[in-house]
Structure formats: C-alpha cells, structure tokens
Design a protein around this ligand. Structure first.
Ligand SMILES: Cc1ncc(COP(=O)(O)O)c(C=O)c1O
Length: 383
C-alpha cells in the first residue's frame, strides 16, 4: 500500500482476466473494398464512425478507413468530432461532419476545429453567420433535409430559403445537402418517395443557383437496395463493421464481422442436481454438472435480456449460457465432463461462435445496439 498513488499503473496488472474486443483492421479493409466495388468508382464513401465507430474504437477505425482512401467521416455531434480531429491523426483535409443539429453554444467549436456543421433551421443559420463573422472565418455547413425520417432536418418546402440564405452569407460555405432514409432496407416504396423529394429539391437549388453541391443520402440499406440513391457520396455504417442493416435485407454483400468479444473463464465449479445458478435462481442443475463462470456481464455490454438464451464458445465448443446475466459475470453449463481450465478464452460473439446479429436477435434488438453496447470497460485490441 506504500506510495499507492505515485506508483499506480494499471498497465502492470496482467490483462488476462479482462474482456477484450478484438477489432480486425484486415476485415474492416475488406469490407470497405466490397462496398467500394459495389458502388461506382465516382461515388465518395463517408465512413460512419459515430458512437465510437459502433463500439469498435473510432480513432483507430477512422485512421484505418483513411488508409483505405476514405476522406469523409460522419459522427453524431461536436464532441465526437473534436475527439476524432484531435486524436485520430487524420490528414488536415479529412472532412468530419457532425450529424446533430448543434446547440448555439457549440457553433464556435465547429469553426475552431474545422468540423462541418449540420444546418436544419434559420435560427441556427443566423447565429452561425454572426459567430463566423465575429471570428473572421468561414464555417462549412451541410444542410439536412427531412424528407420523411421525421428526426432532424428542414422540410423540403422551407429548404430553398435556407439554402439561398447560405449563399448570401459570406462567412458560410455550403459543402453538402443530405437526407436520411427511414426504411432503406425495403426496395421501392417510401425510400423512393423520400429520394424523389430530395432529388427534386436539390435539382431546383442547383438550377437556381447555377452551382453543384455534394448530395448524399445512402446508408447501408440504400447502398444495397437503392442504387439510384448513391448520388455523390454514400454513408455506410453497419456494412463497414460486417453486418447487414436487417436480417431480411434482400441484397447482400459478403461483409464479415470486424469485432469479436472474448472474455476469460475465471472459475469452475461442480454442482449437484437441484443446485441453482445466479440471481432469482432461474436455472437449476438437472444432474451433476460442471459450471464455468466467465468474466463478462451486462456492464461489458452482454445484455441481461440474453439470460439463458445464448451460447458461449470455448475451445470451439458452444456451451449454453445459463441463469441470469449479472453485471460482471455470466455462467455457462460445461456438462458432465469437460476440458476447460481457468484462464481459457470464451468467445461471446464475433466471427467465431454467434454473431452480433444472432445475439441481437436473441435479446430482441439489432446488431447495431449489440455492437454499440460493448462498454468502455472492454479493452479494444486492434489486430
Ligand atoms: C445520418 C446517418 N447516415 C448514415 C448512417 C449509417 O447507417 P447504417 O449503419 O445503417 O449504414 C447513420 C446511422 O444511423 C446516420 O444517422
């Protein structure tokens, strides 16, 4: 206990007990190649790295995407944008777009860090004009049109006024116009309506202003199912990370999971018939049984809704997870005989064992949430 503060270093503690997320840069690179091959060569790709690159680690993922030739990045807000600008060693010319509509107090940080700001309304535009002029700088903006997602954006009917006002503002530069689809995995239908509204508006603006602007809309679902939506740039998120936006997505690419979450066996015990496991005693041993305790729980992102539903892979064998998932540990049934040892690796999901999509299905959610839920306690190991 001497000198605890002065000598404290987590690095000294062997990391073996920890739950790790292995992140394969090779698989990420392959997924980018598949996406690039599927869209035409002229279409730019914006790498969506919001929410810590869907849990994979935004700084390393963005740097790897830049190595693949990607120069545009999408994040949720100014905080994620600054983290990326400051930490990812991207080239200065990399464009980072924050999708959120900013609070007025955030505007000056877009200027300071060279982040593209999403503009959805005239009040923000007026504030942005003033702030940019006061700093003697030009603020890059991208206008978000709400064509039917019903989340963020200006209505098509109001958008010409906003766009023309940007053109009249010497301290604002229009870098793009974009929209977002509500059900892009379904061919035709509502997505076609959204796209028609977007294309009509952007054509009207380009005709009236005599200039062309970068137009983008396609998320992963639209990349797969709506070729006509690719325009100047596509914005894949989930496809980069090796999953399809929905199980029923009709068009598919051979993308592979980029993340594999592995933990360790930390305890093995033998139970007799009738002994119970975990909170609320939902599982009881049908006979003599070996049970392994694994060092991961819902605080690591292994959903409590998975209790008693999923399997865990140890030495290539799938063992049923039993009883309630706890905050820091889960238990698996090794059966009546086993060759498992304390310290052995246990795969929770990834390219081996169950995929994030399968776990999501069992937990009643989607792969996006399973990936984003992998918590900061889980160490990312880039391989
Ligand atoms: C504005 C925007 N574009 C693109 C994406 C990427 O979506 P996906 O992961 O389905 O490709 C998202 C993610 O939700 C988004 O919010």
């Amino acid at each position: 206990m001497d000198n605890l503060k002065a000598g404290f270093s987590l690095q000294e503690i062997p990391a073996e007990n920890m739950t790790e997320a292995l992140v394969s840069i090779e698989r990420l690179t392959r997924n980018v190649r598949l996406i690039r091959e599927s869209v035409s060569g002229k279409v730019r790709i914006m790498g969506i790295v919001k929410a810590n690159a869907y849990g994979h680690g935004a700084l390393r993922v963005a740097a790897a995407l830049e190595t693949c030739g990607i120069g545009d990045f999408g994040v949720a807000n100014i905080h994620e944008a600054i983290e990326l600008r400051a930490g990812a060693a991207l080239t200065k010319s990399a464009t980072i777009l924050a999708f959120s509509s900013p609070l007025l107090s955030h505007i000056e940080y877009f200027l300071r860090y060279g982040i593209d700001m999403t503009l959805c309304d005239l009040a923000t535009l007026n504030a942005a004009k003033e702030i940019a002029a006061a700093h003697g700088k030009t603020l890059a903006v991208q206008v978000k049109i709400d064509t039917g997602m019903g989340r963020l954006g200006i209505s098509p009917a109001m958008s010409m006024e906003l766009l023309q006002e940007i053109d009249r503002s010497p301290h604002l530069e229009l870098k793009g116009i974009y929209t977002h689809f509500a059900e892009s995995v379904i061919p035709g239908g509502f997505t076609s309506q959204q796209l028609a509204a977007f294309k009509s508006l952007t054509a009207e603006y380009e005709h009236a202003s005599g200039r062309t602007v970068c137009k983008h809309a396609a998320n992963s679902g639209a990349i797969l199912s709506h070729k006509e939506s690719w325009m100047d740039m596509v914005r894949p998120g989930i496809l980069l990370y090796g999953y399809h936006p929905a199980k029923q997505t009709p068009c598919r690419l051979d993308v592979q999971p980029v993340m594999q979450v592995e933990s360790r066996v930390i305890f093995i015990k033998q139970l007799s018939a009738g002994d119970t496991v975990s909170y609320n005693r939902t599982w009881s041993a049908p006979g003599q049984r070996f049970i392994a305790t694994i060092a991961a729980g819902y605080a690591d992102g292994y959903a409590r809704a998975l209790s008693g539903r999923a399997t865990v892979m140890i030495h290539g064998n799938a063992y049923p997870q039993i009883g309630t998932v706890t905050m820091d540990q889960i238990m698996v049934d090794l059966g009546t005989e086993h060759h498992v040892h304390i310290g052995d690796r246990a795969t929770l999901f990834g390219w081996r064992g169950q995929s994030a999509e399968e776990l999501a299905d069992l937990a009643g959610t989607i792969s996006y949430e399973t990936l984003c839920s992998v918590s900061s306690r889980v160490k990312r190991i880039f391989i």
